[in-house]
Design a protein around this ligand. Sequence first.
Ligand code: ADP
Ligand code: MG
Length: 469
Amino acid sequence: MLNSAEKISYEKIEKDAIQIWKECLSIIKENIPFISYSTWFLPIKPAEFNGTTLKVYVPSNYFIEWIEEHYNTLLNKTVNQVIGETGKLVYLILDEKENFKDDITHVVSQLETKENKQSEPVEKEFESGLISKYTFDNFIKGEGNQLARAAAYAIGENPGQTSFNPLFIYGGVGLGKTHLIHAIGNKILEKYPDKRVIYISSDAFTVEFVEAIQSNTVNEFSNFYKNMDALIIDDIQFLVGKEKTQDLFFHIFNTLHQSGKQIILSSDRSPKELKGLSDRLVSRFLWGLQTDIQPPDLETRIAILKNKSESYGINLSREILEYIAHNITSNIRELEGCLVKLLANASLTNREIDFDLVKRTVKEVSTTKQVNISIELITKTVCEHFDIEENKLREKNRRKEIVLARQIAMYLSKQLTKSSLKTIGLHFGGRDHSTVIHAQTSIEEMILSDLKLKETIESIKNKIEMTVG
Ligand code: ADP
Ligand code: MG
């Protein structure tokens, strides 16, 4: 006769490690917050089961320590319930190359509960946050995005294995940064379905962090990210001024980087221009590859429009494509916006898309934007960028950096608003219209030879345009 414990073990002998571990997971999941569950238990993989002993692979010793310290009781209960009171759990530690290194036994204390839980299918670990429509296939190559795309593609193929770690993609709004970094994530998962990839904007990251502080789960929060194979953070510029979040991110960055995990970041400006970000973070951003995305040239704009319109199921003539691409030059989001507006206009008025409608739509799209940009906004953005007080631009201050900032603000006011020279002059301490002209020509001359200045102005301009959306 088998005693009851033997009987339970005997029944379990048939089941393989995967099934047993699944059952364990379903109990664990019920008993702890999801983030703890996905941080500490989902990375554990079943190895073997011999009827009484379940061997599982864990990523590191640290893992075991944490689990044993925090979830000892839960583990006892789980092992007792699933395997029975003679059940044993043995951890096998994997080193970085996934070779077996060591084993450690979890000592199960005997518990009363023996009832058996039915197994449930394991749910998806966590939301990757990736948008599946953003792929390399529908990302049009062009001169402006060539390097960024090539690096992104290489990482998608071999995450953590290239020298592009971190990959830092920067550039103006609507140029394809978000698309490209999603494409990397999607590619990694396509090639390596088991890898843990997560996409998050730096804003959402900050919000989650604050919530973690409030609910006392900062450790779980940070460990969740430290356990990724690829961490993708969009719009990292929003970490500027958020020192606590930066600190935490710094530690996550180090852990991931040290263990050869891939980090991918996007920003509206280059690392060096990220004023208000700690130096130690900026210096780490420089470890890998920083590459920008430039506004698309005419041919690329046409190709993107063609591709997009075809995806909507319409065929636009070359003439129409060229007209739109000639007139909307700033970024791809606007190109898309124009196309959508064109479709809307056509369906609203129940008209074919003819040249006349295209012209009207382009005009509509390109004027709405300028109305929203004010000289105040320009002044504010320029001053923020150079970290100077706004009234300095209105005073008679002749310090070199103030003069430059003032001239840039005037130049951008002329470019981005419909204000007259006179109005612009008035905004900057009642200066004469000839001063505005002078500012304009000086900047135009300077950016011909000073590439850095040109980039700075582009980045300020992008920031302004982003603010008005
Ligand atoms: P960013 O993050 O730089 O502001 P997005 O990645 O959001 O820009 O791109 C804006 C829109 O333009 C998205 O819909 C994206 O799919 C599209 N887009 C950008 N670059 C390309 C490209 N090279 N090919 C096709 N679509 C693109
Ligand atoms: Mg974006």
